[in-house]
Design a protein around this ligand. Structure first.
Ligand code: PGA
Length: 248
């Protein structure tokens, strides 16, 4: 069975005092190192310090496809590892749309993250226009094939996939469990095709307006193995509830 994860994507939010308040109010039961937070990069050291005590693993929201050098403003995967970060989001739709990240570029980042020992949480998903044009499966599967081209896996813990329909991110419009499940089933089949038995065990998270009141129905679907959560991960009370649902 793939492992269930609850990952908070804080985006460009949370002050230092918000972070202190968040970790002091965390109350995680059944913690199996599967509750993760990705703060702004400059807050990673602070979150590592507080997260270790709370049993939360910390990661980045993006990382470079390069080792080191003249890449002003980039986040080095080596430095993330050196700090103690565990994972990095890659290819979030906000990076694809605002910063024009292409599948070819995302593919290089996924390869680099795995090479350095960070777990890439690869984000993919269709826009509303693409969904309405009946292109959802095609868009999502094409993204995954391109983003994982040439990438081999030794085991399932080296990769996480997050299906996030763009129209559901930050809009309050969650995909219904059925809408999400049909895409997750297709992703599972593709992962099996690409990685055989390992592909059966890679976790596939759903993201897009996940909240404490809809998380159980989503996680009740066979191939939904957790959530990647923005807004509802910012407050400890809500993140506690999401993590509790993830452990059921
Ligand atoms: P949301 O964001 O939960 O606020 O919709 C999810 C994400 O962007 O990862």
């Amino acid at each position: 069975m793939p492992k269930n994860y609850m990952i908070g994507n804080w985006k460009m939010n949370q002050s230092l005092s918000d972070i202190e308040a968040f970790f002091s109010a965390l109350n995680l039961e059944n913690n199996q190192n599967n509750f993760w937070i990705s703060p702004q990069s400059i807050h990673i050291p602070k979150c590592l310090e507080l997260g270790v005590k709370a049993g939360v693993l910390i990661g980045a929201q993006n990382c470079s496809d390069q080792d080191q050098g003249a890449f002003t403003g980039e986040i080095s995967p080596e430095s993330l590892m050196e700090l103690g970060a565990h994972f990095t989001l890659i290819g979030h739709s906000e990076r694809r749309s605002h910063y024009k990240e292409t599948d070819a570029f995302i593919n290089k980042k996924v390869a680099k993250a795995i090479e350095k020992g960070l777990v890439p949480v690869l984000c993919i998903g269709e826009t509303l226009e693409q969904r309405e044009a009946g292109q959802t499966f095609d868009v999502v599967l094409t993204q995954i094939k391109a983003d994982l081209e040439g990438i081999s896996l030794n085991n399932e813990s080296e990769l996480i996939i997050a299906y996030e329909p763009v129209w559901a991110i930050g809009t309050g419009k969650t995909a219904t469990p059925e809408q999400a499940a049909e895409v997750h089933d297709k992703i599972r089949a593709l992962l099996q095709e690409l990685y055989g038995d390992v592909g059966e065990e890679v976790s596939i998270l759903y993201g897009g307006s996940v909240k404490p009141d809809n998380v159980k129905d989503l996680l009740g679907q066979t191939n939904i193995n957790g959530g990647l959560v923005g807004g509802a991960s910012l407050k400890a009370d809500s993140f506690n509830k999401l993590c509790a649902a993830c452990s059921l």
